[in-house]
Design a protein around this ligand. Sequence first.
Ligand code: SAM
Length: 233
Amino acid sequence: MLYIVSTPIGNLEDITLRAITVLGNVDLILAEDTRVTKILLDRYNIKKGLVSYHQHSTLNKIERVIDELRKGKDIALVSDAGTPGINDPGGFLVRKILEALPDVKIIPIPGANAAIAALSISGVPADEFLYLGFPPHKKGRKKFFEQISQAKQTIVFYESKYRILKALKELKDIAKIGERPLIVARELTKQFETIYRGTADEILMHLGRGNVLGEFVVVVSPKYKVKSEKPDE
Ligand code: SAM
């Protein structure tokens, strides 16, 4: 079996009991960065063989994983943070394994995800949303923000500390979001967790004051007001 195991996005306590059991029981753990995963395993006293699997891993490595599965081994895949396959290694590996072993069991062990965590505290309608991952650094970046200007739904995307201020300006200038409220969630679950709420200009004013540090999720409220928002069910 192959388990796709979600791990914390910061706070090491944000892991499910099932994830701990699975990581303790598999024959092998594939990790995006073995040093990052070792910190998590040490915290839960899990002593297990770690093999690196990341975006630059070769097809040869995938073949070796397939061989191990063929032999009946149980394998877990984890990334550095959150859910594998969501802007993290995992999707290609799953596709290749399914091509080679269509009957293999692939089991999700759900848990933390930065986009969902940010949406959950956004106060913005999130029954329907468009998840866009990271804006491209250069080519395609303008198109990314134009796409936001077209979309009717709540938008959620990731951005790094190097480009978060640029992204907020692009939300104003290219996506033309005007006064639409934004949520910028910084360092979720970590010591310096900060939630910025307001227009792009307001958040730019706060964020732009000092050194921009940390990891960020941006939530953009939908284009049109939800007519008759229902109370929570
Ligand atoms: N697989 C991960 C998930 O399930 O959320 C996403 C991995 S992606 C490579 C890393 C990006 O996710 C960061 O650059 C940031 O935009 C966002 N992110 C991850 N952890 C975060 C956190 N604790 N607070 C805010 N954003 C976070």
